[in-house]
Structures are given as C-alpha cells and as structure tokens.
Design a binder for this molecule. Sequence first.
Ligand SMILES: Nc1nc2c(ncn2[C@@H]2O[C@H](COP(=O)(O)OP(=O)(O)OP(=O)(O)O)[C@@H](O)[C@H]2O)c(=O)[nH]1
Ligand SMILES: [Mg+2]
Length: 394
Amino acid sequence: MESADIKPDDDFIAVMGVTGAGKSTFVSQCTGSPPLNVGHGLESFTQRTTLHSFQHRGRTVHLIDTPGFNDTFRSDDDVFSEVAYTLVKAHQLGIRLGGIVYLQSMTDVRVQGSAVRSLRILEGLCGPDAYPSIVLAATHCESCSSIERDKKLTELRSKPAFWHDLCEGGSMVAEFRNTRPSALTIVDMLLDRGQRHILSFQRQMSRGMRLQDTYAGKQLQSAWSVAFDNLRQEMSELKGELQTALQQHRDAGAQRVKDDMQNLQTSLEAQQTKLNALNATAETLSKQWDKKLEDEHALISRRLGQIESDIVTLRETAGEDHESSSKPPSYEEVVKMLQSAREERDEIMSLKQCQLSERSLKVSKQSNLAAWVGVMAGVGSFGLALAPLMCSVM
Ligand SMILES: Nc1nc2c(ncn2[C@@H]2O[C@H](COP(=O)(O)OP(=O)(O)OP(=O)(O)O)[C@@H](O)[C@H]2O)c(=O)[nH]1
Ligand SMILES: [Mg+2]
C-alpha cells in the first residue's frame, strides 16, 4: 500500500445505496484491498465516508464509499447529514464527481420504504443533469435465477417509484457479480462518459440554502413532517383520554395514559431533532462535522498511544526484552495479550495511514487553480475536512 496524491483532475466516483447493498464489497473489488476492518470499539470510525484510490487505465480513480440509509445502528438523519457534509466538502475542495454508482441488492424481495426514499434522495442530490452519470447496479445477483433477476430489473426500470425516472433521464443499468471485472466494467461505464459534475445539491448548498430547502432535503422533510404530525395527533388523542380517565377517577387507567404520553413525548422530541437538523446550511454543517471528526481523530490517536505503552509493558512482562530464558508463570497469557495488542495497533495504524489528511496534496497545473487557491488558503481546515475520508491505495 502506498500513498497517492489526490489531484482534482483525478476521477472521483461516489458509491451509494442502502446499508448492506454491497458498497464496500464493490469498492474492495475495484481496489483489490480487503474492506477496512477495525474492531475494539472503533468500528464506528470505519462506517464513516471513506475514500479508496486505485490505478486504472493509467488514471487514479478515487471511490467515495458513503454510509447507507436504513442502517440498524444509525438514524437516517445522521446518515443524510454525513452524506451532505461529504458532498459539500468535496465541492469546496474543487472535486467534481465523475459519476455515482448506486447499488441495489437483488435479495430484497420488494423495494420499499426507506429504499424508495433513498432513490428519491439520490435523484434530489444529483439533479437530472447528472442522471446520465449514474450507474444503477444490481448486487447479490446470484441470489436469484437469471429469469427472476431479469423480471426484477424490468420492474425496477419500469416503475416510477423505482428507477424509471433515472433510466428515462439516461442512467445506466449494470450487474455487479462480486468480481473485479464486473466492478471495473461499471467504473468504465462512467469513465467512458468522461463527465465532471457539480451536483444539483452541491450547487444549492453553495448558494447558502438550508438542507430542508434542497431537492434531496425536501424528501426527508416531507416524510419526517408527516411522522411528526401523526405523533402530535396521537398526543392530542391521549390528552383527551387522560382527561376522561381523570374525570371518571380511573387512577390506574390515567397512569397508563400518562406513561404512554411520556413515551410519545420522547418520540416527538426525537422527530423534532431530526427536523431541526435539516435547518443546517453548508457552514453550520461543516462546523458540526469538523468538530465531530476532530474529536474522533483524537480518540483514535489516544487509543494508539495507550496500545503502544501496553505493548512495552507486556514485552517486559513476557521477558522479550531480556536474555533470560526463565519464563514468568503467566507467560502464555502475556504472549497472547501482546499478540492481540499488536494486532490492534496494526489495524489502527493502517486506518491512520489511510486518512487523507496524512496524504500529500499536489495541485496539478491543469486543475482548477482558483478552486484550489481557496482550499490552500484554508489549510487549517483542510486536514479536518478530509479527516473522515480514509483510503486504501493500490
Ligand atoms: N453473495 C454476494 N454477497 C455480497 C455481494 N455484495 C455484497 N455482499 C455481501 O453482503 C454483505 C454486505 O455488503 P457490504 O459491502 O458490507 O455492504 P455495504 O453497502 O457496504 O453496507 P453498509 O456499509 O452497512 O452501508 C457483506 O457480507 C458482503 O460480503 C454480492 O454481490 N454477492
Ligand atoms: Mg460499507
């Protein structure tokens, strides 16, 4: 693994899709490196947007692996906020996307709910101008027969709720077969187009819009507003029930209603928080995420320091640093602990080495210098801006 310079005239491709669709697998097939895998309580760090670079057709291609909607462990507002931040930062850095690979698993019996919303968000983020630079790729293809797959793909292409508008607008359809050639064919489809886009969302945010006013943000705002109104309606019904129960001196019943109201209040507040998050502008979004990622970065460095010192202690305990052949009684355990500490250190080191903030930036002569002058002027925030993006380079 070696560092690669990141130049704005390289090819940048975003990889999107709901959680489990196969984004990291697709990226891993392209780069030939296994997906980043860091345990020990630092897993959330690898779920961040990451950047993976590889050489292809004499060019450097950077794949941006984004978090997916419908994650069991992350709320959709948090995921949207991170995707939004990534696109805003990329735009500020003068990066123009060459396209988007949107992955869709064939194992999902029906495309529904959040998967449909994820498609609407994709449309909103890109805008029709960028539809021709989207590849809609089926994954987990072997999970169904070719007849079933064709049927499913026809349905996806033809239904307005699914891919219809994107396909009408010029998006391409492909099959990812969990192999390197099929992954590279998809990359080639975009490289052959040779387009560079400022996405509709990036343009809107750079004009000072709030998330809720962008096409993509509106999708979420309308869904969350409906959910919020439903909760409020439920609350007002409960208030009525409580009044009746109190009037009829049904103490136990009144207490039950009060408990329900308390739970509902928690849901209402959570829903309100989601809606409030959509108030963010590019500036507030950047501030919020820069801080969050800076804190995570510090956490990783602290953990690494701790492990290094544990290793020194363990080596001494295991007698590694001494010529003596006498072994302390807990020798086997100590060696095991030492091995595990070393593994953890190596995992974290590879994670750190893959952070873009640790990589050099070369401004190429052909690049849009004006954009990069802006970036270089803000060198302080540059490292932080890229901190969430980690990469593996072939
Ligand atoms: N059989 C098969 N398995 C696949 C394919 N693509 C992904 N997988 C598996 O599906 C699981 C989820 O794939 P990931 O690549 O982690 O999915 P993801 O989209 O990155 O998911 P998140 O990071 O959670 O958003 C993994 O166990 C993969 O090995 C495929 O085309 N065929
Ligand atoms: Mg992934």
